[in-house]
Design a protein around this ligand. Structure first.
Ligand SMILES: [Zn+2]
Length: 138
């Protein structure tokens, strides 16, 4: 199969665009990436640091990372769906990741059976860690 140089250029440019949205204020090691899918879509990502190192990338964290890679850093609500019998709140790491961008976010969780629960991040993470003393403290 012959490679199209325009596709290579667009993939590179997409990675460069994602780099512009990288959130790496702690290491200043900014990374952009672009993945072309088999069907020809370009999926971009960027590194998204947090004031707490070593956070895993759960669904909620990946949603935040995906939005940040597109330059979107303001969120009002996040919805979570699981197969558990009760609504599941985000794990502690995801709470911290959400706090980085949206300390007042509303969190909704749903089960397949229709149960739901809602919280504010302040309820779930009342004493968030923050390097900047003006953020995340009550
Ligand atoms: Zn999580």
């Amino acid at each position: 199969m012959k490679r199209d140089s325009r596709q290579d250029a667009s993939l590179r440019e997409a990675a460069l665009r994602a780099l512009e949205n990288a959130y790496a204020p702690y290491s200043n090691f900014r990374v952009g990436a672009a993945l072309r899918t088999r069907s020809g879509e370009l999926i971009t990502g960027c590194n998204v640091e947090n004031s707490v190192n070593g956070l895993a990338m759960c669904a909620e964290t990946l949603a935040v990372a995906s939005a940040v890679s597109q330059g979107l850093t303001e969120f009002d609500e996040i919805a979570i769906a699981t197969e558990d019998s009760e609504p599941t709140p985000p794990c502690g790491a995801c709470r911290q990741v959400l706090n980085e961008f949206a300390p007042n976010i509303k969190i909704s969780s749903y089960t397949r059976e229709g149960k739901e629960a809602t919280w504010t991040l302040q309820e779930l993470l009342p004493y968030a860690f923050a390097l900047n003393p003006s953020r995340g403290r009550v």
